[in-house]
Design a protein around this ligand. Sequence first.
Ligand code: SF4
Length: 228
Amino acid sequence: MGEVPPGEAPRGAVLQRDKETYMIIPRLKGGMLSAEILKKFAVVAEKYRIPMVKITGAQRIALFGVKGEDVEAIWSDLGMGPAPTGKKILKSVKICPGLPYCKNAQQDAMGLGLKLEEKFMGMTLPGKFKIGVSGCPNNCAEGWIKDFGVFGRVKGFTVIVGGKLGSRPSLGRVLYEGLTEEDVLSMAEKILNLYKENANPGERLGKVMERLGHFDLMPPAGADPALR
Ligand code: SF4
């Protein structure tokens, strides 16, 4: 175990700037942790002398400076496989705690976010695609800057599409309001299909929707439904 053919990265590992060590990200459901999982990370960090353990912007835990020959043993010790990697893979869904945990929550963000993750995570797409689900309009999971953002209101979920960060950031636009969990799941499927069928390689959803004229029928970017 641990032998990797020359020039080939170990399973789920990404070569780092030093061209010697790797970054690995284990698959964590909905960014949720438990005492048992935390203990496993602590044991692995110590046993394999991991120089940097870092929480990522996508609510995952990245291990940096991992030696190639240790990667498989780490997966085994953690009892986890690698999270999906690659620019054209739906890697995770960012989810806020929502109901029943957060005092501001109006909807169950974890419940919906986990269903979205279960259904679509690992899907191959023409480019980067990010999803964020929040339990209220505070949008802690950053729905306005996701390709597909969702947030809860008393009367249901609001869906925002076409936001992104990067060198030219843009806010998303409200597509629908007052949706049920099932509505959002079916809306996500439709939007992902639209994206798969129409995007040029690397093109983000916002650009696709603009090019197809969909944004002409929708409220301005960043328009909060509460203000309309
Ligand atoms: S988005 Fe709302 S429900 Fe979610 S963590 Fe933030 S304040 Fe709480």
